[in-house]
Design a protein around this ligand. Structure first.
Ligand code: FRU
Length: 483
């Protein structure tokens, strides 16, 4: 029984069995959210990649589908995206049907030794039955390799102003933009990034998204990087700037981090969600993804997050917030006003939570250190807090349960508080084996997985110097897995 497995995420997508990594081809089409994912159906570690497939009406309840794409003579099916080709620019649509088109990286393992700079190329597949079955394009690859060892993870979007497709590709230590009228023939537009951002590892899984800021379109370029993240291993950085259909011009070449936790990688956005921009990431880290102590499967996605922009000291930052659809999970809860915490306040009895799944929202002044502690009878503790001295948020999983599968796992992760407001507001989402912290309207975000011996049924708020919480709302969350 999948639902009752130890560590099984109850409202984050995870495959019933076997290995997954990056989310791929996320697209909303005819009332259904499609999530494809890097999948190895023959084991619980990385292997020859397929595209697994799962669908949802609300991004919360997922129904796993048959595998969408299998490896072929051109290689494994690496990460990529999918679009709704409304105008049938590709010509794949027959009899007025709108094709769904996937563009992915073919990774040919046979060439790894002799021709490493020929291993990766971009290819197409299309579906005329709402994502159920896929046909690979006979003219693959559509974007052959020009001699670059890491040449992958195509993310495509329609650029309406110039009526063309824009492909954002990770090319080793930079991003290369290509354009196309029909998804089949691609022309290089420009490169970005060899002299910008973090370069502690290879650049992977990019995304270029327009966001509205006070009526003006601002472009955010998301670039995942592995290793070299702020708390070790894989992480997602981003740049804010302008895009004119050909080149991306950042307002600053300095890296900003989308999520300071250790476990949000390869995050990209859904296609075709209208005014909303929704991102999901892989909730793990290449540092230890194949060592985590789950038995029948490995990894999950983050919750879907709605992206926005917020200005702090004249600089624009990306914000991430859990999508409102998650509210369907809300179970019993309570609200408290003007709660004074002196030393500690134990919410365990009020919360009556045997599963450890909950959402907590609280607001307080940024006056003193405080922490939120998830714990169990076994003495495991996960500590999420604010440190006034450094003005950092942190998640400490040092004593959170099983940590010995990897040396660097049991650590404290920190994130700078970007907001300058006096009031701190936090949203915390806890699942069986993960927490996601959204601070200050999503300006500072941290996602961490953890593996407690038993469910974290206790919940405490601690503050040695004392804090006053103006508002606190707590809700148990239901599982999204059907019994
Ligand atoms: C990122 C990544 C991608 C690649 C895929 C392979 O996690 O390394 O760059 O396409 O995973 O599974």
């Amino acid at each position: 029984d999948t639902k009752s497995e130890h560590y099984r995420p109850q409202y984050h997508f995870s495959p019933k069995a076997h290995w997954m990594n990056d989310p791929n081809g996320m697209v909303y089409f005819k009332g259904t959210y499609h999530l494809f994912f890097q999948y190895y159906p023959d084991g619980t570690v990385w292997g020859p990649m397929h595209w697994g497939h799962t669908t949802s009406k609300d991004m919360v309840h997922w129904q796993e589908q048959p595998i969408a794409l299998f490896p072929d003579s051109l290689g494994y099916i690496f990460s990529g995206s999918a679009v709704v080709d409304v105008n049938n620019t590709s010509g794949f649509g027959k009899n007025g049907q709108t094709p769904l088109v996937a563009i992915f990286t073919h990774h040919n393992p046979k060439l790894e030794k002799q021709k490493p700079d020929q291993v990766e190329s971009q290819s197409l597949a299309y579906s005329l039955d709402e994502g159920k079955t896929w046909t690979k394009y006979a003219g693959n690859p559509v974007l052959p390799n020009p001699g670059i060892t890491d040449f992958r993870d195509p993310k495509v979007r329609w650029y309406e102003a110039q009526k063309k497709w824009i492909l954002t590709l990770a090319t080793k230590d930079r991003i290369t933009f290509f354009s196309s009228p029909d998804l089949k023939s691609w022309k290089k537009e420009s490169d970005f990034g060899s002299d910008a951002g973090a370069h502690g590892g290879v650049w992977e899984c990019p995304d270029l998204v327009p966001l509205n800021h006070n009526g003006k379109t601002v472009w955010v370029l998301i670039v995942n990087i592995n290793p070299g993240g702020p708390n070790g291993g894989s992480a997602g950085q981003y740049f804010v700037g302008d895009f004119d259909g050909s080149t991306f011009k950042p307002y600053s070449k300095e890296t900003k981090w989308m999520d300071f936790g250790a476990d949000n990688y390869a995050g990209v956005t859904f296609a075709n969600t209208g005014e909303r921009t929704i991102l999901m990431g892989w909730m793990s880290n290449w540092q230890y993804a194949d060592k985590v102590p789950t038995i029948n499967w490995r990894s999950a996605t983050t919750v879907p997050r709605e992206l926005g922009l917020k200005e702090v000291n004249k600089e624009l930052f990306l914000t991430s917030k859990p999508v409102k659809e998650l509210d369907v999970l809300n179970d019993q809860g309570f609200a408290l006003k003007n709660l004074t915490v002196n030393d500690q306040y134990d919410l365990t009895t009020k919360a009556k939570n045997d599963t450890g799944l909950f959402r907590l929202d609280l607001a307080t002044q940024a006056t003193n250190d405080f922490s939120i502690v998830l714990a169990n009878e076994q003495g495991n503790e996960l500590v999420i807090g604010y440190d006034k001295g450094t003005n950092n948020y942190y998640i400490d999983r040092t004593h959170s349960g099983k940590t010995d599968f990897e040396k660097g796992f049991g650590k404290r992760h920190t994130a700078p508080r970007l907001s300058t407001a006096n009031k701190i507001s936090l949203t915390l989402l806890a699942d069986a084996a993960s927490v996601e912290l959204f601070a200050d309207d999503g300006l500072t975000v941290m996602t961490d997985i953890f593996f407690p011996e038993k469910n974290m049924t206790k919940l405490l708020i601690k503050s040695a110097k004392g804090i006053s919480i103006s508002n606190l709302t707590y809700s148990k969350l239901n599982s999204a897995i059907p019994s």
